[in-house]
Design a protein around this ligand. Structure first.
Ligand code: 1CP
Length: 360
């Protein structure tokens, strides 16, 4: 009886929330959309709050600020999803790695390159309590502001991508320290990947408990690996995360985003068990349509095209919607919004997507 009531509530949310409908395999007349990095430095109201908070981490770990920043793009553009404002690097931080965001330089961590430094890491969930509090607060705030058709996305970095930051000590171009460790001592490197995998399962489970309705796993640097390494460090850990979360939370769809995977997107689609695929801008429409036969797809406008605006934006966005909107599809960028993007271009894009739905 209780189960039925819960089920009905979920079905109701699914029909109310276009993002959830698309993730359950439905083609929707008005294409649902959200944008990676939709909260961020292209918005003046974000910059204002960011300055008030001081550092990026002070912003992300303050639930009131994180809630407010998450709401900002919804109020302007009415996306179909909110995405929790946080960062993939809070997981290494909660494992005890030093983390700092240096303005203009990006994240800095003390590198973990051997088993000795790996053995010193220990997960402390206390660090992440403000994130869970923010998730619950965002759900409440969305209700309070009548965003009843908007779904809340929680997220984490995929183990491979998070490992690159932990090993390199920050952003990197070629990930050579990480790859060298993976090639020379796969069993040792697997210990790091396992630690991140297990922590991520716990972390995402707690986001669901706090109110996340969808999850996205960001594997931003999946494209750096060859076929065998991709299988071991991208597909296998993702299989484990998806399997364990699906067992415990069968109604929460997981979007996988293996950026730059190229033709290996097909393997990722076949093998990981994700509910939907996030596509980067390099994925051609024909291939996207093939992938869409198996799974809902999300993407994949070039963020530079959004930055450019005008006719180029209209043409590219319509081409993508045209190609993919007769199947389950969520409009997004192929990567995060660039900080110099004029907010009016995001408005233009939101209108293009809405107008397109009305033409049908
Ligand atoms: O000072 C600032 O405002 C810092 C900029 C910033 C922001 C706005 C960083 C630093 N992180 C974030 C938020 C963030 N990061 C979100 C928030 C939600 C939203 O999308 O609106 C999300 C989902 C992320 C995820 C993230 N962080 C990824 C995966 C997605 C991607 O962009 O590929 C990665 C790789 C990071 C690492 C990171 N965080 C920040 C920086 C500068 C970096 C390094 C990026 C790099 O190495 O190129």
């Amino acid at each position: 009886m209780m189960k039925n009531i819960v089920k009905n509530k979920q079905q109701e949310d699914r029909t109310n929330k276009p993002l959830l409908s698309a993730l359950h395999g439905e083609a929707i007349a008005r294409t649902p959309f959200w944008l990676m990095r939709q909260a961020g430095r292209y918005l003046p109201e974000y910059k204002e709050l960011r300055a008030k908070a001081g550092s990026f981490l002070d912003l992300a770990y303050n639930p009131d600020f994180a809630i407010e920043v998450t709401m900002q793009p919804l109020r302007r553009y009415g996306m179909d999803a909110a995405i929790l404002f946080s960062d993939i690097l809070v997981v290494p931080h909660a494992l005890g790695q030093n983390l700092e965001f240096v303005t203009g330089e990006g994240p800095k961590l003390n590198p973990i390159r051997d088993l000795d430094s790996l053995s010193k890491l220990k997960f402390n969930d206390e660090v992440l309590e403000p994130v869970y509090e923010a998730v619950a607060g965002i759900r409440q705030q969305m209700k309070a502001e009548n965003f009843h058709e908007t779904a809340l996305i929680g997220f984490a970095g995929a183990p491979w991508t998070v490992a690159t930051y932990m090993v390199e000590g920050g952003s990197s171009r070629d990930f050579s320290n990480t790859k060298k460790w993976a090639y020379s001592d796969p069993d040792g490197f697997a210990k790091l990947i396992d630690l991140i995998t297990n922590t991520t399962i716990h972390y995402l489970g707690r986001q669901i408990e706090a109110g996340a309705e969808v999850l996205q796993i960001f594997d931003s640097w999946a494209g750096a690996l060859d076929e065998d390494q991709f299988k071991r460090w991208v597909i296998e850990p993702t299989v484990k995360i998806v399997r364990e979360l699906n067992e415990k939370y069968p109604d929460i769809p997981i979007i996988g985003f293996p950026k730059g995977a190229g033709v290996l997107y097909q393997n990722y689609a076949n093998e990981t068990g994700v509910a939907a695929l996030g596509l980067d801008s390099g994925v051609p429409m024909d291939f996207a349509k093939t992938l869409q036969k198996a799974l809902p797809v999300q993407g994949n406008l070039d963020p530079v095209c959004l930055l450019t605006g005008g006719d180029a934006l209209k043409q590219s966005a319509e081409k993508i919607i045209n190609a993919l909107s007769d199947g389950p599809f969520i409009f997004n960028l192929g990567h995060g919004i660039i900080k110099e993007t004029p907010p009016e271009h995001v408005e233009q894009l939101a209108e293009i997507i809405r107008d397109y739905g009305q033409q049908l």
